[in-house]
Design a protein around this ligand. Structure first.
Ligand code: ADP
Length: 158
């Protein structure tokens, strides 16, 4: 069984992440979205909020699991019996950055392979940083995050 971890901060999860998740579901038997928790890193959304957003958007996929983890991604992968790490690439800058991380991870655990998926042009400009900026000023995020996530971020009055 091919198991992959899709690690990230997901602060918040975007349509760019969604594209990588969908491609990952087609490549692997099981995909575990690993929400990296780092007590030193300030996030806009708490661990619980990020997990709830991911659950709302992707919880219905049987092939998919959503979990928080602390520490090294490769160690989390080993705990889960995953041989693959999935990462998305938007541009050359992502590639340079991701390459160094993948090489370090390879040094740490040689059996784990990082698999890269290219984002389509439509989403290559999208980042969680940009979405957080829009949220700060109460801008419209319906074209930036999955609908279920937008509903959690801006609850509808009733
Ligand atoms: P991290 O803090 O680990 O970079 P992110 O949540 O920002 O966490 O990103 C997780 C993964 O999703 C990374 O591989 C990143 O390159 C990828 N990613 C983020 N936004 C996009 C996007 N718009 N298109 C494709 N991949 C993306």
């Amino acid at each position: 069984m091919k198991i992959a971890i899709f690690p990230g901060s997901f602060d918040p999860v975007t349509l760019g992440h969604e594209e990588i998740i969908e491609k990952g579901l087609a490549l692997f038997d099981k995909l575990i979205i690993g929400v990296g928790v780092n007590s030193q890193k300030k996030t806009m959304f708490s661990e619980a909020e990020r997990l709830a957003q991911l659950q709302a958007a992707f919880g219905h996929h049987e092939q998919l699991q959503i979990e928080a983890f602390e520490g090294l991604t490769v160690e989390f992968a080993q705990q889960k019996g995953a041989r693959f790490l999935l990462r998305g690439l938007r541009n050359g800058q992502d590639l340079e950055y991701e390459k160094t991380i993948a090489l370090i991870n390879k040094e740490l655990v040689a059996e784990i392979e990082t698999v890269f998926v290219l984002s389509s042009g439509q989403f290559s400009h999208l980042s969680s940083t940009l979405v957080r900026e829009v949220i700060k000023y109460k801008g419209n995020i319906s074209n930036l995050v999955p609908p279920a996530v937008a509903n959690l971020i801006y609850p509808k009055p009733n």
